[in-house]
Write a protein that binds this ligand. Structure first.
Ligand SMILES: [Zn+2]
Length: 330
C-alpha cells in the first residue's frame, strides 16, 4: 500500500479534524493518509484521498520557481539497481562477499584498495559496468519535464555515485554529487588533487568471484594505483575538488532560485546526508520513500512509494492542475 504523510497540521487529523483519529496518525505527530485504493485494505480511503494528496504535491510544484531534486540509493531501484540496504541487501547483491562475511563498509574502503586491489576493483568495476549498462527509469524523464515547466529549472543533489542523472540528460553544471562519482578516477595515494574522467577504463570482472581480472587503472602522475573518486567509509584520501566545484554550482542555483521546491527520492536514514540537506533548506519538501517517508516539518509531504510510481502520480495531478504543463515539451 502507498501512503501519503502530511504534517501541515501536526496535531489534528486533517481528514476528520480530530486529534484522536488513530487511522490517520502515527507517533502522534504525523498524519498518514493511505495513498492507494487497494480493494479490501482496512486502511484504504476513497480515491479522493489520493487525489487530494497528489493535488497537494502538484500545487507545491506549481507554485515553485525551481525544482531541487535530492536523491539517494532508492532512486535507482526502479532502474534495477541494488541499493545495498542493510548487510543482507548488500550480500544479496554480492553473494561472494556475503560468503566471505565481508560487509559493505569493509569492501567500500581505501584500506581494501591497499590490501586487496583486485577485490576492491572487482566490486567497483562490477558496479561501474552495471551503471554504464543501466538505462534510467521513466521517473528521470518526468523530473526533467517538471524542470522544463519551472523558470529556474532544476538542480540535482545526490549521494548516488552512479551517474544516472547525467545519463538521463541533466547537465553537469546542474548536478552536485556529494559522495563523488564512480565514473571519475583519482590516485589512491593520493599524490595530487587531480580527478580525471574514467571513461576509457573498462574493467573486466569475474562477477562470481567479485575480482578484477584485467589490469587496474593507474595514476598518470606517479604510476600508483588509481581508484574511483567515490567517498568511501573511513576515507581520508578522497579528493573533493570536483565535488567542490559542483557545490559552488549548487550554492549559486539555490541563491538565485526564489521559490525552490524539493522532491527527495529514495534517501534513507542510514547515511542521512541527503535527508538532512532537504530538512534544513527551509523549502517545501516532497519526500518519496518506500520505507522511510516520515517527515517532521509543517508543509512537508511524505509519500511511501517508489520513485517512478510516485512521480507518475504527481505529474498526473500536475497536468490536471496546470494545462500548460500538460502541453509542455516532454
Ligand atoms: Zn598518483
Amino acid at each position: 500500500m502507498i501512503q501519503i504523510i502530511i504534517t501541515d497540521s501536526p496535531r489534528v487529523c486533517r481528514d476528520h479534524g480530530d486529534s484522536r483519529c488513530m487511522r490517520h496518525w502515527i507517533n502522534g505527530a504525523t498524519a498518514v493518509v493511505p495513498f492507494d485504493d487497494t480493494r479490501g485494505d482496512p486502511l484504504t480511503e476513497p480515491s479522493h484521498t489520493n487525489d487530494e494528496a497528489c493535488r497537494r504535491a502538484a500545487a507545491c510544484i506549481a507554485s515553485a520557481s525551481g525544482l531541487l531534486i535530492t536523491a539517494g540509493a532508492g532512486m535507482g531501484v526502479d532502474s534495477g539497481l541494488p541499493d545495498f540496504r542493510g548487510t543482507e541487501g548488500f550480500w544479496r547483491a554480492y553473494p561472494t562477499l556475503g560468503a566471505a562475511g565481508l560487509r559493505f563498509e569493509e569492501v567500500a574502503s581505501p584500506g581494501t584498495f591497499h590490501a586487496d586491489p583486485r577485490l576492491a576493483w572487482g566490486f567497483y568495476g562490477h558496479r561501474l559496468n552495471l551503471y554504464r549498462a543501466t538505462q534510467p527509469h521513466a521517473g528521470f524523464g518526468l523530473l526533467r519535464a517538471i524542470a522544463r515547466h519551472l523558470p529556474d529549472g532544476a538542480f540535482v543533489l545526490t549521494s548516488n555515485v552512479d551517474g544516472q542523472f547525467q545519463k538521463a540528460g541533466f547537465l553537469d553544471d546542474a548536478i552536485y554529487e556529494v559522495h563523488g562519482s564512480i565514473h571519475d578516477l583519482q590516485c589512491l595515494a593520493p599524490c595530487s588533487e587531480l580527478v580525471w574522467p574514467g571513461g576509457e577504463y573498462a574493467p573486466a570482472v569475474d562477477a562470481a568471484g567479485c575480482r578484477l581480472v584485467s589490469e587496474p587503472p593507474r595514476c598518470g602522475a606517479c604510476g600508483g594505483l588509481a581508484r574511483p573518486n567515490v567517498l568511501m567509509f573511513g576515507d581520508d584520501g578522497w579528493i573533493g575538488a570536483r565535488a567542490a566545484v559542483q557545490r559552488r554550482h549548487f550554492d549559486r542555483w539555490i541563491a538565485r532560485t526564489a521559490r525552490p521546491v524539493i522532491i527527495e527520492l529514495g534517501a534513507g536514514t542510514a547515511i542521512p546526508t541527503v535527508r538532512r540537506i532537504g530538512d534544513t533548506l527551509g523549502a517545501p519538501l516532497i519526500r518519496i520513500n518506500t520505507r522511510e517517508p516520515q517527515v517532521s516539518q509543517p508543509g512537508h509531504l511524505g509519500i511511501a512509494a517508489g520513485a517512478r510510481e510516485a512521480l507518475l502520480r504527481i505529474t498526473g495531478a500536475l497536468r490536471a492542475l496546470e494545462p500548460a504543463f500538460a502541453t509542455a515539451r516532454r
